[in-house]
Design a binder for this molecule. Sequence first.
Ligand SMILES: Cc1cc2nc3c(=O)[nH]c(=O)nc-3n(C[C@H](O)[C@H](O)[C@H](O)COP(=O)(O)OP(=O)(O)OC[C@H]3O[C@@H](n4cnc5c(N)ncnc54)[C@H](O)[C@@H]3O)c2cc1C
Length: 318
Amino acid sequence: MLDVLIIGAGPVGLACALECQRKGLSSTIVEKGALVNSIVGYPTNMEFFSTPDLLEIGGYPFPTAHYKPLREDALDYYQRVARSEKLDIRLHEKVLKLDGEQGDFTVSTDKGEIRTRNVVVATGFYDLPNLLGVPGEDLPHVSHYYKEPYQHVLQHVVVIGAKNSSAKAALQMTRAGAKVTLIARGPEVSNSVKYWIRPDLVNRIAEGRITAHFNTAVTAIRPEAIEVLTPDGPLTIPTDFVYALTGYLPDEALLSRLGVQPNPADEARAPLFDPATHETTRPGLFVAGTVCGGRATSRWFIENGRHHAQLIAAYLAK
Ligand SMILES: Cc1cc2nc3c(=O)[nH]c(=O)nc-3n(C[C@H](O)[C@H](O)[C@H](O)COP(=O)(O)OP(=O)(O)OC[C@H]3O[C@@H](n4cnc5c(N)ncnc54)[C@H](O)[C@@H]3O)c2cc1C
């Protein structure tokens, strides 16, 4: 019987295990993919927006050669912390449901059952893309995850979305010799794009290196082209590849199976939880990290979400 089982080995799940362990609580993390699976999926050499000190967990310094760490720096940092603390982690094991009550929960995974007194849900948001819901979205040349530009050199690529991920992907592919067209529902490049990225994109659009269609909706994707509706009418844009970088959603079906209730007063359907302890309405079941924001996936991130770990561990230790 464990004291705490943590679902998800993202930065926040690791922080939770580490803080619980330091309070003398027995803990195990169950992770359906690799260690820090979301970061593994981020673009190659992606630069974090945060400085390294704001991504640190457990007081371990995060030294980097750069002002902002790269994805590879973070992968290295978090695996070092996990191994230094000898955290107990079961990788490539997916949590399916939760039975029982505080003090005697049974967590069912695709590999078996684990008994625990308490459960922390730190499942993040990166697994389910926010789908466009148009015909052709499931074609093999459409992806909701951008990795790197080199397969698109001398190709026509459409990027859907005008936030940070789309902006960075469009700029990177343009510089690697792809011809990029940006499609955005809004009237301009989003104001939420980081202040050091936005002018770069706006200027590349102004000089014609990137073609942009604003106030435009995608209506269908075909193998060789994408159909859009612009303010001037329908348009067919020939393309070799489409990146629909329109955000991601938390796994609400999983949260419901675990017994995490959404707040009916919150548009983003964030879980109902006590902000002082992060305990949900189901006693002994806690939420931590990005999942606390529901569909508002930028409400909690590593910088602020990592602090949930101390609150939960301190409460459980009492
Ligand atoms: C491109 C990009 C850049 C970013 N840059 C920054 C930045 O500069 N600074 C910052 O603070 N934040 C940044 N973020 C946000 C940050 O990465 C996330 O907020 C962070 O990963 C949240 O950590 P987490 O531990 O809550 O969730 P995650 O890191 O998403 O971890 C959740 C884990 O739970 C696992 N899981 C899910 N379901 C199950 C299940 N059923 N069973 C077992 N395991 C499961 C997942 O596989 C995953 O490993 C960025 C995000 C993106 C997409």
